[in-house]
Design a protein around this ligand. Structure first.
Ligand code: C2O
Ligand code: CU
Ligand code: CU
Length: 491
């Protein structure tokens, strides 16, 4: 996948890394513990209060940064729910701006989807009741306010949603929240000398707002004590614009078990994987050997040459003599904790693909960026899908409920993480090639590139009306805010 501008790691490796990977000007800090957002059980229908509010959060010990959160200073609680249950969310906007909150990955009707038509004014409440019909998955909720999504997510308006089902219960996967089943929200942030978050939609790079420092659940290079066995990480790329390469510093094998919308058919062994903004991957890492595991989240744009991503990123560090970057997260096994040591199940899920004669509609989506007057900042860029900038008064597509469709997505320049509301889909092709085995699960994110079509097979089971349509958009939040988004109904 090609980012819009490539940074040529091979040419200037040492300098790029030194500048980007150390927490800016803060130097080496004492190690902090991975913050684990509070877990709220929504599976019994008990209302979950989510107060949108400002706060202060210490990304760095001793420095207080003004932030936003849901009932906490930064980010929000993890909400746990189940297939065939009602999830009742009670939002209260105690902040100064309108906020819409979307349930990313949820299969719910447009009226409770939380798109920009559903903004909550300061002082107001919104109480959507969500019938959870979909299978076990890791989803998330985040601001979706018209033109303000990037800034509000950046300041903290995001949280995780975990859905369980009978299949996931029966599989004997690590599932003790905060112990061997960890929510891992990966973001990057830029701080000024006072420790305040720096953000400007207008000054964003054409790739979107790229933060300089990686934060995991709001902490810089935290450590987590875990049992000396199998540990499940629910990775969410919650960055505004970064694509990450995720791997361990010792190049150890891990197993990917789930994509955005559910478990994969079987675990897939990997040593490295890419994650686009908005994407979720559940992985299992084994710490039975009692060695600490250091998770790296490398900035993908630093490892690209003219052909795209370089093959073995870790070997580049050796070749160039560059020290490995600081881990984004270190897992430290503690053999006094009871560990999950049973082997991984061979079969996790069954996924049935539609046959060709079931696919009756094809739609094309062309993502484009046009600069007016040759400027480089976003202020001068027009972000479009099929030649149109997002307009709240225009329905771009009308879809029939319950019908399989083939959507073909492509861009005129660079890689864009394309997201569709209200569904999970299957990827048929990426960059003109067959879907890699670790992407053959249910998805709601697919990368659209400029050299060939990505194609997905999608079917919608819920209604989205003209008043409360669904969205499809680029999940680089600055592209979304600048118009790379469209609306569609399902009837
Ligand atoms: Cu995660 Cu329309 O967004
Ligand atoms: Cu979404
Ligand atoms: Cu984009």
């Amino acid at each position: 996948m090609k980012k819009i501008s490539r940074r040529q790691f091979l040419a200037g490796a040492g300098m790029v890394l030194a500048a980007n990977r150390l927490p800016q000007s803060w130097g080496k800090s004492p190690q902090v513990t991975l913050p684990i957002p509070k877990l709220l059980d929504g599976s019994q229908g008990t209302p979950i209060d989510l107060q949108i509010r400002s706060g202060t959060w210490s990304f760095k010990p001793g420095i207080k940064t003004p932030t936003l959160g849901f009932s906490q200073d930064y980010l929000g609680p993890t909400i746990r729910t189940r297939q065939n249950s009602e999830l009742n969310l009670h939002y209260q906007n105690s902040w100064l701006e309108n906020v819409a909150v979307h349930g990313h990955g949820l299969h719910v009707p447009g009226i409770v989807d939380g798109g920009p038509q559903l903004e909550i004014a300061p002082g107001d409440r919104w109480k959507p009741s969500l019938s959870i019909v979909q299978q076990a998955a890791t989803c998330w909720y985040h601001s979706h306010t018209h033109g303000k999504t990037g800034e509000q997510v950046y300041r903290g308006l995001a949280g995780m949603i975990i859905i369980d089902d009978e299949n996931s219960d029966s599989l004997n996967l690590p599932s003790r929240y905060g112990i061997d089943d960890l929510p891992i929200i990966i973001q990057d942030r830029t701080f000024d000398s006072e420790g305040e978050l720096v953000y400007s939609l207008h000054d964003a790079h054409e790739d979107g707002w790229l933060g300089k420092t990686v934060v995991i659940n709001g902490a810089i290079s935290p450590v987590a004590k875990v049992p000396a066995g199998k540990v499940r990480l629910r990775l969410l790329n919650g960055a505004n614009a970064r694509f990450y390469i995720v791997q361990f510093s010792d190049n150890r094998t891990f197993y990917k078990i789930a994509t955005d919308g559910g478990l994969l058919p079987a675990p897939v062994a990997l040593t490295s994987m890419e994650m686009s903004p908005g994407e979720r991957c559940e992985i299992i890492v084994d710490l039975e050997d009692v060695n600490p595991a250091s998770l790296l989240t490398l900035f993908e744009d630093e490892f690209e040459d003219e052909e795209g991503l370089v093959e073995n990123v870790l070997s580049l560090f050796n070749q160039t003599g560059t020290p490995l970057p600081e881990p984004s997260l270190t897992l430290i096994p503690d053999s006094s904790l009871s560990a999950h040591t049973e082997p991984l199940p061979q079969k996790l899920n069954s996924i049935t693909r539609p046959s060709e004669n079931e696919i009756t509609v094809t739609r094309d989506f062309m993502l484009s960026m046009e600069s007016e007057g040759g400027g480089h900042g976003h202020g001068e860029m027009e972000m479009m899908i099929n030649g149109a900038v997002m307009n709240m008064n225009v329905i771009n597509e009308r879809v029939k409920k319950g019908i399989w469709e083939r959507w073909r997505i492509r861009s005129d320049v660079g890689a864009h993480p394309f997201h569709v509301h209200g569904c999970s889909f299957l990827i048929e092709q990426m960059e003109g090639a067959d879907t890699p085995v670790d992407q053959q699960g249910w998805k709601d994110m697919v990368v659209a590139d400029d050299d060939d079509w990505a194609t997905i097979l999608v079917r919608f089971e819920h209604e989205a009306t003209e008043k409360y349509p669904y969205m499809y958009h680029c999940h680089i939040l600055e592209h979304e805010d600048l118009g790379m988004m469209g609306q569609f109904t399902v009837v």
